[in-house]
Write a protein that binds this ligand. Structure first.
Ligand code: COA
Ligand code: AMP
Length: 639
């Protein structure tokens, strides 16, 4: 770990000198049906487009080409589900057949290039097969995380307008079966757009009734596909700039943003990252313990490991409780994982249950080389605990749904740079990261500011929002002209190490899951007894942050506040989903505001987090903050 022995400075400088040459070289790792005419066209799209004129297919690069190149019998996916008590190994050859069959079925349902398909799926192989089958025929997939409620699914259906929805009878959570079908039915009822058909995979844990005329038994169709479906033997050629998928993520309102990923740039950047950032070779076992519903799942459960010819682990379980805090060590040992990637919250959960890491002793982790963390700020305590326990590099890296791969990281494959706890290290090639003030002027080292990336963004980053160029410009490009706004705040030190400290918007990170407090406020305000509300993220030892909602009741409401609070908690679960982890609603007489009427969220958060706070000079009535402090203490929160 020496800045002098790492190839990073040389590689980053090479990119700075000749960005197009850098990416043209990286693009040689991808099979193209037609080579791109231009590596980057600054006049195309909103801020330019990558690999214009290139013709390719993502499924070919993830699956077929490895079968041709001798990896047919190598496991592509190892499904390991302590929740279902099941394991299944899918070779590259089998994955090819399975995607061909589903691609053919989708085509029989009229799905063609450019059509959208929504996947509302648990962590089972069919989710991966579904994504790849879409890629195979040039259809655009949009995966919706299973922990979202019907309402959230409905919003996505109306935005993406899918021709077909792929789903399953249920998901599995510890101690409970999550029935998907009622959620799917309700979402389709709520949505203005109706899909032509739904393919439902009946899982052994729960079987659901199919809706006549709309739903089809996925497995039955698959089993008859050989005689029934029109075959898609070949992958359908698409433009490098054609969309591969839409992934909705929380924005500053309740309406999620449809992040678009293209085919060409996505493949080039992700393939580059596997060797250079993660230090993994083709044929090795790579594990991202996330969910296919999140960007980490898209990039590092499904696409990148497969582009690279690795074996990817699909784990349907938790870090603790399935069955114990040794679950991760068991998976690493059993499948010989070289690298693992998860969110810090998973390690906080393990640390809480097994602080001395006693369970580790039962497993052979000799093949394990590195742990990567992302999705939320990696607190130095947890990071150091993992380093000491595992005795391998623990690498924090920072990225977003919008980018699809790391903005900053410590590049294991290029030779690690010295670790500075609290920093995800340095910008990856492709990203020119700056810290600016409100006037878009760069600030001095170690000074806090907004973290921005000079345009153009590198390959794989979003070219736009789904059918919403103006929304893309407004949300990301307008505030700092010439730069992409990450909406993260932080600083950079003299060595170029980036420190990501907080969001500049209303997004909170709950157990590594990105949620909008604005979206939750919309739900709270809709309760008939609520006059006013504020939701903010407060510190949580396990999940990093959890939402806390303050409500002011309408005059004349004289039901017990605890009853209304329970209704509010249930309402957020019903409207947004259990993933919101909204469990704390507190009734207060009034909310603290500035004289101009802005709710003092920052100060409330400090009180709740037990941090030192100062009375804001602009406060309307200082006594209200005392009331808030009292209400929080009444619930065991704050100092
Ligand atoms: N479908 C339905 N419900 C789901 C779900 C899914 N796919 N995923 C989570 N939920 C539910 C949980 O069951 C829980 O419900 P509950 O309120 O009835 O207990 C709720 O959503 C909140 O989930 P979560 O915040 O994940 O809390 P948890 O207590 O279930 O688990 C951790 C906490 C830390 C173990 C878990 O978040 C974890 O493993 N995180 C690390 C990996 C990760 O998710 N990374 C994502 C980005 S890289
Ligand atoms: P998501 O789009 O769900 O991946 O969430 C992206 C957001 O998570 C970022 O904008 C950050 O706020 C936060 N985040 C992700 N990784 C890190 C990290 N390594 N350190 C600090 N914050 C992070």
């Amino acid at each position: 770990m020496d800045a002098r022995t790492s190839r990073y400075p040389e590689v980053y400088a090479r990119w700075q000198r000749d960005p197009l040459g850098f990416w043209a070289e990286a693009a040689q790792e991808i099979d193209w049906l037609e080579q791109p005419r231009q590596v980057f066209d600054p006049n195309a799209g909103v801020y330019g487009r990558w690999f214009v004129g290139g013709v390719c297919n993502t499924c070919w690069n993830a699956v077929d080409r490895h079968v041709m190149a001798g990896r047919a019998e190598q496991p592509a996916i190892i499904y390991d589900s302590p929740l279902a008590g099941a394991k299944r190994t899918i070779t590259y050859a089998r994955l090819q057949t399975d995607t061909q069959v589903l691609a053919a079925l989708l085509q029989d349902f009229g799905v063609a290039k450019g059509d959208r398909v929504i996947l509302y799926m648990p962590m089972i192989p069919e989710a991966v097969i579904g994504m790849l089958a879409c890629a195979r025929i040039g259809a655009v997939h949009s995966v919706v995380f299973g922990g979202f409620a019907a309402n959230e699914l409905a919003t996505r259906i109306d935005d993406a307008k899918p021709k077909v929805i792929l789903s399953a009878s249920c998901g599995l959570e510890p101690g409970r079966i999550v029935q998907y079908k009622p959620l799917l039915d309700e979402a389709i009822r709520l949505a203005a757009h109706k899909p032509d058909a739904c393919l439902i995979l009946q899982r052994p844990q729960h079987s659901c009734e199919l809706t006549a005329g709309r739903d089809h038994d996925w497995a039955a169709l698959r089993d008859h596909a050989i005689v029934y479906a029109r075959s898609v033997y070949d992958c359908v050629p698409v433009e490098a700039t054609d969309p591969l998928y839409i992934l909705y993520t929380s924005g500053t309102t309740g309406r999620p943003k449809g992040v678009v990923r293209d085919n060409g740039g996505h493949m080039v950047a992700l393939k580059w990252s596997m060797k250079n950032l993660y230090g993994v070779d083709p044929g090795e076992v790579y594990w991202a313990a996330s969910d296919v519903g999140w960007v980490v799942g898209h990039s590092y459960i499904v696409y990148a490991p497969l582009f690279h010819g690795c074996t990817s682990i699909l784990y349907e379980g938790k870090p603790v409780g399935t069955p114990d805090a040794g679950a991760f060590w068991r998976v690493i040992a059993e499948h010989g994982c070289a690298t693992m990637f998860t969110a810090p919250t998973a390690f906080r959960a393990i640390k809480k249950e097994d602080p001395k890491g006693a369970l580790l002793g039962q497993y052979d982790l000799s093949k394990f080389r590195a742990l990567f963390l992302a999705g939320e700020r990696a607190d130095p305590d947890t990071l150091q605990w993992a380093e000491t326990l595992l005795n391998v590099p623990v690498i924090d890296h920072w990225w977003q749904t919008e980018t699809g791969w790391a903005i900053a990281g410590n590049p294991l494959g290029l030779g690690m740079l010295p670790v500075k706890h609290g920093s995800p290290t340095v910008a990856m090639p492709g990203y020119d990261v700056r810290i600016v003030d409100e006037a878009c002027k760069e600030v001095a080292p170690k000074q806090m500011g907004s973290i921005v990336v000079k345009l153009p963004l590198p390959p794989s980053c979003l070219p736009t929002l789904w059918q919403n160029d103006d929304g893309f410009k407004d949300a990301y490009l307008a505030e700092f002209p010439g730069y992409y706004k990450t909406a993260d705040a932080g600083y950079m030190d003299e060595d170029g190490y980036i420190y990501v400290m907080s969001r500049t918007d209303d997004i909170i990170n709950v157990a590594g899951h990105r949620l909008s407090t604005g979206g939750m406020e919309e739900v709270l305000s809709a309760h008939p007894d609520v006059a006013e509300c504020a939701v903010l993220g407060i510190k949580d030892a396990l999940k990093g942050e959890v939402p806390c909602g303050f409500i002011v009741l309408k005059a004349g409401v004289n039901r017990p506040p605890s009853e209304i609070e329970a209704e509010i908690v249930a309402l957020v679960r019903e409207k947004i989903g259990p993933v919101a982890a909204f469990k704390l609603a507190i009734t207060v007489a009034r909310l603290p505001k500035t004289r101009s009427g802005k709710i003092l969220r920052g100060t409330i958060k400090k009180i709740a987090d037990g941090e030192a706070w100062q009375m804001p000079a602009t406060i309307d009535d200082p006594a209200i903050l005392e009331e808030i402090g009292g209400a929080l203490r009444g619930r065991g929160v704050g100092g």
